[in-house]
Structures are given as structure tokens and as C-alpha cells.
Design a protein around this ligand. Structure first.
Ligand SMILES: C[S@@+](CC[C@H](N)C(=O)[O-])C[C@H]1O[C@@H](n2cnc3c(N)ncnc32)[C@H](O)[C@@H]1O
Length: 366
């Protein structure tokens, strides 16, 4: 492994930190990624992740917990062939728009179709979410644009439209999560994002995603699926960023982003639980979220990807702890190195969490 700005710990081979001027910069293309406000997004850690990945030998990579797609897009920007997946449909649509998609933009004709004012066939969103999220006008727009998206023939164009819509919804939602409803005036700090309608956001975001499209000369792929059900694919490197068992609160992605997940399929086969105040859909089980199943899940995952270089993102506030994870990975990989970086955590529903300092790890097994 070449020297990098990342610090290696838990190894005799401690590489000194490089001087600031020598620290690698992100590829320019990677900086064009439309960031999504999302729990566990690695956006702020990308320069460090880039540094570590850049020292590894790989041509193809997989990101099976893609979330916002920020790391997959980074690896695409590094001109690697990327396979991206997540068990959430909305995540996989974002990855299809930005990672799998090398060439398709939304042009004027498609945009016209998307904002076609003719009445939507259904008003499910308006009738379900009135007084929960957004204004009536916004909800009507979502019903209308959902119907219009289905008229686009090209699935990649549809993914582009959805990506623009999800980012619009996150920007327009005061805290970027769908756990709170009703009168959210107390969060209104005058931000432009809260003043624009969803339709205005959408038109802006189409341009943002159009600008993020690029061809890295590889056949990249985005799919939806549980990590354990993905077909085995020959890839040189697997970047793993599963949720981890939290010390407090929970880490359920559906609880926070159910609205986007429902929207991604117009709630088809995702029935709303009418007993919940924010009209949630069913939680998705993942073994990484529970103390009783996490260790076995890591072990099974390392076994699944044993033929590839494994790069695991982890945090000092997760369970199991670093030494247990390293031990598990050594069962499958003779050479395990740990890179660390202090990180201030800026996401959370409690002010305490927002201020928390943690150490982020990248555990690399070869
Ligand atoms: C920490 S986030 C990944 C963040 C991502 N690296 C980014 O930068 O945005 C974890 C992701 O794993 C997904 N996930 C959780 N359990 C999963 C499973 N069993 N199979 C596939 N995806 C899963 C969640 O939907 C979530 O998007």
C-alpha cells in the first residue's frame, strides 16, 4: 500500500501523516455529486476515503450499502467499474441516475412531460399526507409528477426524475427526515430551501442531476437488494458501509426516509400504517441493527466477499467494537489494516448526537 494521508493503526506499519500540501484531493468529478442529507452519509469523509481507496489495487468495485451513492460515485469518478446496491428502492434509483447512468440527461421534451399540468390520475399523496408533510399544493404536485414520471419510456430517465424529486423532498423538509409532522414553523429559519415550492425545487434539481451525469467508460450497474441476496459477482474490491448497532436511539432508515421509499413506487406494495402519525410503511429488517445478530451478520458478510479486497467503514460508537471486527475479518483475510480519522458527527435527532465526536475507521482486508 502506498503512503497516504490516512493514518494506519493497529499495525506495526504506522505511516506518518503527510503534510497538508501533499494530501490528495478528490477527483473534480466526485465533487459534483449532489449531496443528500442522509443518516450515515459519507459525504464529509470522502477525501479521506479517497485517500485510502487510492492506495489499493482495484479495477472494479461494489458498494452494497450505497445510501446516497456518494462512495459509489467517488469510485466511478476514479474510473473504476462500479456495482451499487441498497435494499431501499429510493437509494437504488439515485444510484441508477448517477452511477449506472453514463449518458442520459433529462432534456426539454422530457421536462415538459414531467411538469405536464394535466390532472393526475390519482390523489393518494394529497389525501394521505395532508397535514402530515408539505403543503396541499406540494402534495398535488407530487401526485401529478408521479403520474408523469410513469409516462417516460426510458427507465434511466425515470431514475433521473426520481433522484431530482427525492433531493427536492429532502430540501423542502425542515430537518431532512420524515419522523416529525404537523406545524414545523419552529424549524423555519428563513432558508431558501423552505421557501421554494416542491415544483420549483424539482426544476432546479433536474439541472443539478443533469450536471452530475458523466461517462467513465465503464459499464456500471445499480440494483436493489439485500446484501445477502445479491448474486456473487467478481469484483476486485467491496466497500462495505452497513448500519451499526447504535448506543442510543435506533438507526432505522425506513423510519426516517419512509416517505421517499413510498414515493419511489407510489406506495405500491408498500402499505401505509394508518395507525402512525407520519403514515409510515413497514420497517425493513437488517441484522446489522441488533446486538443479538450483528456479529454473525458481519461474519457472514465477510465470508460472502472473501474473494475481494474488503474495505469496511466503521465507527468507534458502533457494536461490535473495532478489535472484534478486526478479529472476524482476519478469519478471511491475512492482511488487515485499520485507518482512522477523528470525525465530528453532524447528524442526529438530539442535540447531543449532533455534537458527538467519534473516530471513523476504514478496515481494509486483503
Ligand atoms: C450507513 S448507510 C450507507 C451510507 C452511504 N455509504 C453514503 O455515503 O450515503 C447504510 C445503508 O445500508 C442500507 N442497508 C441496511 N441494511 C441493508 C441490507 N441488509 N442490505 C442492503 N442494504 C442495507 C440502508 O438502507 C442504508 O442506505
Amino acid at each position: 500500500m502506498r503512503d497516504s494521508a490516512a493514518k494506519i493503526i493497529a499495525s506495526d506499519n504506522v505511516v506518518p501523516l503527510l503534510r497538508k500540501a501533499e494530501v490528495s484531493r478528490l477527483p473534480e468529478q466526485a465533487m459534483k455529486y449532489p449531496e443528500l442529507r442522509y443518516m450515515g452519509s459519507k459525504k464529509r469523509l470522502l477525501p479521506w476515503i479517497f485517500d485510502v481507496l487510492n492506495g489499493l489495487d482495484f479495477e472494479s468495485a461494489m458498494d452494497p450499502f450505497s445510501g446516497t451513492g456518494s462512495v459509489g460515485y467517488l469510485m466511478k469518478s476514479m474510473n473504476r467499474r462500479v456495482v451499487s446496491s441498497d435494499f431501499l428502492n429510493f437509494s437504488s434509483l439515485v444510484a441508477r441516475a448517477t452511477i449506472e447512468n453514463n449518458t442520459v440527461h433529462l432534456d426539454g421534451k422530457s421536462i415538459k412531460k414531467l411538469i405536464n399540468p394535466s390532472p393526475a390520475a390519482a390523489n393518494f399523496i394529497e389525501s394521505t399526507f395532508i397535514d402530515v408533510f408539505y403543503t396541499r399544493e406540494d402534495l398535488r404536485f407530487l401526485d401529478r409528477v408521479s403520474a408523469n414520471i410513469s409516462t417516460l419510456d426510458n427507465p434511466v430517465e425515470r431514475a433521473m426524475a426520481y433522484a431530482a424529486l427525492f433531493r427536492s423532498c429532502l430540501k423542502r423538509q425542515p430537518r431532512g427526515v420524515f419522523t416529525i409532522s404537523g406545524n414545523l414553523d419552529r424549524y423555519d429559519d428563513g432558508r431558501r430551501d423552505l421557501r421554494l415550492s416542491l415544483e420549483e425545487h424539482f426544476l432546479e434539481q433536474i439541472e443539478v442531476y443533469n450536471n452530475a451525469v458523466f461517462d467513465n467508460g465503464r459499464r456500471n450497474l445499480a440494483v436493489r437488494g439485500d446484501v445477502f441476496e445479491l448474486p456473487d459477482r467478481k469484483v476486485d474490491l467491496v466497500y462495505l458501509d452497513p448500519p451499526y448497532v447504535p448506543r442510543s436511539d435506533d438507526n432505522c432508515y425506513v423510519k426516517r426516509y419512509h416517505f421517499l421509499e413510498g414515493l419511489s413506487a407510489y406506495w405500491q406494495e408498500m402499505p401505509v400504517d394508518e395507525t402512525t402519525k407520519v403514515k409510515k410503511i413497514a420497517k425493513k429488517y437488517t441484522p446489522f441493527s441488533y446486538r443479538r445478530s450483528a456479529v454473525e451478520a458481519f461474519d457472514r458478510m465477510f465470508a460472502k466477499f472473501r474473494k475481494s479486497t474488503i474495505a469496511l467503514s466503521y465507527s468507534s460508537n458502533g457494536y461490535p467494537d473495532l478489535s472484534e471486527l478486526e478479529g472476524l475479518l482476519r478469519r478471511y483475510k491475512p492482511d488487515v489494516r485499520v485507518f482512522e480519522k477523528p470525525h465530528r458527527y453532524h447528524f442526529g435527532t438530539h442535540s447531543g448526537v449532533e455534537r458527538a465526536s467519534v473516530t471513523e475507521y476504514l478496515i481494509v482486508g486483503r
